[in-house]
Design a protein around this ligand. Structure first.
Ligand SMILES: Cc1cc2nc3c(=O)[nH]c(=O)nc-3n(C[C@H](O)[C@H](O)[C@H](O)COP(=O)(O)OP(=O)(O)OC[C@H]3O[C@@H](n4cnc5c(N)ncnc54)[C@H](O)[C@@H]3O)c2cc1C
Length: 317
């Protein structure tokens, strides 16, 4: 086994996903303790240029038409053959729809340990945030290649970016002609009345809003700020807002200039959709809410005590 830390680079429709940069930053921490290199694993078709800003010592690149966009069967076969051939110390995946799909099946197929929801590497230990951030768990690398899924929160995306393109080594994908799952095409989610992925200011409401009638307060705030409202999944599941307003794994990915999170705990499935926001301001009563880990500014406060003075201030401004 070598001591290198691999990162499966996620990309969608020609764009690297932020989680890839976050994983490269984490891999750097982990490689320092193993004494190995940080290696990006990029699968695609005519996609070598995507490696340019990856902060990796090296990128292994496999080019194949079946790898043009993510398709689980093609990814599984290619990553499995790479692991078996080169036996890295660990391989990091996003705790995303793509990464969780590949990592969990690889763990079963190759009998390798899987550490999930890792948020930070500390002195070679993997720190996982589980049960929506209510429990922190510490794990160590296994003696075989360890599979790890990462959630945002512990590293900034910029820490995984570099101006100097990494060295690229191409490798052959295995035979990919008998795939059981292939991509037929994309179905873009309905944007409904407003396309929240294009908004610059979002006021996001979570279960902390308590009752449907209180949504009005958030709407008023959004109007003052020149933005619009969006929500965590429980709000949409209640039928209080349409699915087009949902942020996260099952909803939209947003990157506004300002994301004001009101009464949102910051569960990984929510954070997946908003971690790339330029500025995150979180208001939450619970000082241990994981949303504070990724917030630019965190306010530990009862939202209902804050909203009226805030609206008054905005009215006077
Ligand atoms: C497969 C799968 C997919 C999922 N996809 C998504 C998704 O796309 N998007 C998504 O959001 N979730 C998704 N979820 C659900 C996710 O796991 C969380 O359950 C959800 O994000 C929690 O929403 P929340 O933060 O609003 O609620 P909670 O976790 O209940 O948090 C409410 C927060 O409000 C705070 N609060 C309460 N009252 C106040 C107050 N008066 N003032 C200030 N703070 C207050 C509390 O301290 C708490 O932190 C998914 C789950 C699964 C299993």
């Amino acid at each position: 086994m070598n001591q290198d830390i691999y990162v499966l680079i996620e990309h969608l429709q020609g764009e690297i996903a932020d989680i890839s940069y976050i994983m490269l930053a984490a891999a750097r921490d982990l490689a320092e303790s193993t004494g190995g290199q940080v290696v990006g694993v990029l699968l695609g078709h005519d996609a070598q240029g995507l490696a340019d800003d990856l902060a990796a010592d090296q990128v292994f690149y496999a080019d194949h038409p079946a790898l043009k966009e993510f398709a689980s069967d093609a990814y599984l076969k290619t990553v499995a053959s790479l692991i078996q051939e080169r036996t890295p110390r660990a391989i990091l995946f996003g705790n995303t729809t793509i990464g969780a799909d590949v990592a969990s099946v690889l763990s079963a197929r190759l009998s390798l340990s899987l550490v999930s929801s890792c948020v930070k590497i500390s002195e070679g230990k993997l720190i996982s945030q589980i049960c929506g951030g209510k429990i922190m768990a510490e794990s160590e690398l296994d003696e075989n290649t360890t599979l790890v899924t990462m959630i945002p929160g512990g590293y900034k995306t910029e820490a995984g970016q570099s101006d100097a393109p990494p060295a690229i080594e191409t490798f052959d994908a295995p035979a990919l002609d008998d795939l059981r799952v292939t991509l037929k095409g994309y179905v873009e989610p309905e944007t409904g009345d407003v396309d929240i992925s294009k908004e610059e200011i979002l006021v996001a409401i979570g279960r902390g809003i308590q009752v449907e009638d209180n949504i009005e307060l958030a709407e008023e705030l959004a109007e003052f700020l020149g933005g619009t409202i969006c929500a965590s999944r429980p709000i949409v599941d209640q039928g209080w807002l349409p699915v087009s307003r949902m942020v996260g794994k099952s909803g939209q990915t947003v990157k506004p200039k300002l994301y004001l999170a009101l009464g949102i705990s910051g569960a990984p499935e929510h954070v997946e959709g908003m971690a790339g926001s330029e500025m995150i301001v979180a208001i939450n009563m619970d000082p241990n809410a994981p949303i504070f880990d990724i917030a630019t500014y965190g306010i530990e406060f009862d939202f209902f005590d804050l909203i009226d003075p805030l609206l008054e201030q905005l009215e006077d401004a």
